[in-house]
Ligand binder design. Structure first.
Ligand code: ROI
Length: 171
């Protein structure tokens, strides 16, 4: 078969989800459904939901985190715009305190093998290779994935302190 399928130019994009306000489990669950509804994109798989102690100021609630693998024909910029639109629908207000609590954070962690260094978009995500609340869910669904410049997810997860990061029983 020589016919061109719609996925011929698609890429895998990896998204980190985080929430610690206004029913975080529900925020993350609904966001997963919304990721699948992005145009020209579908949700391939996602991790369980994890509870994690806050990185940053400690006087905020624990976070719920997960990661998702998307297949998309959008550009990184097009996908980023869609992620921001979902965050806004979840009541995310930008410009709050640095590392303060949030209703929904959608981070573009990886986009194929691409490396992007723009003012508002760095891929791979600069914290990805050292954050247990991203690496633990990621190792669950993609242990052999390589993070350009840093190595395999499995090895990075082994090296980082996962204290305070636990899968939820219910996910
Ligand atoms: N801490 C945890 N545990 N999980 C997050 O998703 C998260 N997101 C953030 C900051 C404030 C850095 N801390 C976090 O943006």
């Amino acid at each position: 078969m020589s016919g061109r399928r719609p996925t011929d130019h698609s890429k895998y994009a990896w998204i980190g989800l985080g929430s610690n306000l206004q029913d975080p489990v529900n925020q993350v669950r609904t966001a997963l459904v919304e990721l699948d509804a992005i145009p020209d994109t579908h949700l391939v798989r996602h991790s369980r939901l994890y509870r994690s102690a806050p990185m940053g100021p400690a006087d905020q609630p624990d976070y719920i985190n997960a990661v998702a693998m998307l297949e998309t024909t959008l550009s990184p910029r097009g996908l980023l715009d869609e992620l921001r639109a979902i965050e806004s629908r979840h009541g995310r207000v930008r410009g709050g305190p640095r590392w303060g609590p949030r209703t929904l954070d959608l981070d573009l962690l990886l986009f194929g093998e691409r490396r992007i260094a723009q003012a508002d978009l760095t891929v791979p995500h600069p914290g990805l290779h050292v954050r247990a609340f991203v690496l633990y869910p990621l190792v669950e669904i993609a242990p052999d994935l390589t993070i350009p410049g840093h190595g395999r997810v499995r090895d990075l997860a082994d090296r980082c302190d996962g204290e305070g990061v636990e899968p939820l029983d219910i996910s």
